[in-house]
Design a protein around this ligand. Sequence first.
Ligand SMILES: [Zn+2]
Length: 461
Amino acid sequence: MSLDAVLARIDDQLPAATDRLLELLRIPSISTDPAYTQPCSEAADWLVEDLKSLGIKAEKRITPGHPMVVGHVAGDGPHLLFYGHYDVQPVDPLELWDSDPFAPCVEETPKGRVIRGRGSSDDKGQLMTFVEACRAWREVNGALPCAITFFFEGEEESGSPSLVPFMHENADELRADIALICDTALFQSRTPAIVTMLRGMVGEQITVQGPDMDLHSGFFGGLAMNPIRALSKILADIHDDEGRVTIPGFYDGIPDLSPEIRAQWEALGFDWQGFLGSVGLSQPAGEADRTPLEMIWSRPTAEVNGIWGGYTGDGFKTVLPAKAHAKISFRLVEGQDPDRIRDAFRAFVRARLPQDCTVAFKPHGGSAASVMETSDPAFEAARQALSEEWPEPAAYVGCGGSIPIAGHFGSILGMNAMLIGFGKDDDAIHSPNEKYDLESFHKGIRSWARILDALSRKGAA
Ligand SMILES: [Zn+2]
């Protein structure tokens, strides 16, 4: 068994692998639009046949929504699960595409060759990097290096309504030693990255009520409490001048970054000036004593997402409104419990409510952060394998948003998950003219071959 022979096979077979991806990209599997139910089913069929061609026992599994694809191959050593999604985003506005989103092609661009088409990056191209690595491995060695479960979803772009029930119903079948998820990007389009922390979220809508009815500010103004004034004061109180959240207990239990992670993040050389500059900003607005990467990955936030009340139409109305409203969300990190944060916020608001005002809260969402067990030797093995393939060493990174699937593997199946992907910031996922660099596809396949080699050889995971 030789990794070099597998890598050579991948190089040699890249045109054929690209052709297979183009075939999958021609199927318009838009999951959110019922008009594309049939193509979603066809994409699942295509994947079942492709897995079967690799000697994998695979089937299309029916759900109340779009089907899942599940495949298994037995083997020695660790049991890996690979997840990707075959559904894609809608293509509107179609007139902004330079070519037919479902007539994909390989295109020369000033930055190199790209595969153009809806789903090329998110997530069919990424999904196929793993499948093609398995194909090359099998062609060279006659079999895959370890037990692998393939798990492809067709509803990721439409909220994954069937995913959690399916994982519960098929937990014993899906459980493996570790999950590999290929649906993320290179850090700043160049550094291979393993996402090891995802922030959680809590949302709250609040309504502050003052008088029983809207009042005329000429009759009541100056005498009556204006609930917009009360609400604004409370919201302004959430942050101090150093960018810290002032809600009591908000930061309790949050661990500090390990020296290893801190060093990796420093080595990333995050261009925060460019990142902020790209949206017309110049100054970090988070906690003054934290780095910009900490602000978006490992520190919690409080943000007012909307605020309204009184008269906001054209012209003017000197109303003194009865009610004022706001939507507030908190991004959570390790150590923060969503219920505790919600309670602390409500207590913070109530403590600041003036006499004659009442408040009503409406909860929206509540999920804790996901943190991967990087002490699992599979992580270091994968990080080294990635570092061998790419010009820069791979890093453990955070993700300021949430990727629910990673949390589901932990909470439903008790599995650790490694999120590794090869997308670039300019892939235009979810937008017109989506592309995947041919280099990402090629090196992505080679990366998985190296990771398969490392995980199966070390018996890691
Ligand atoms: Zn995706």
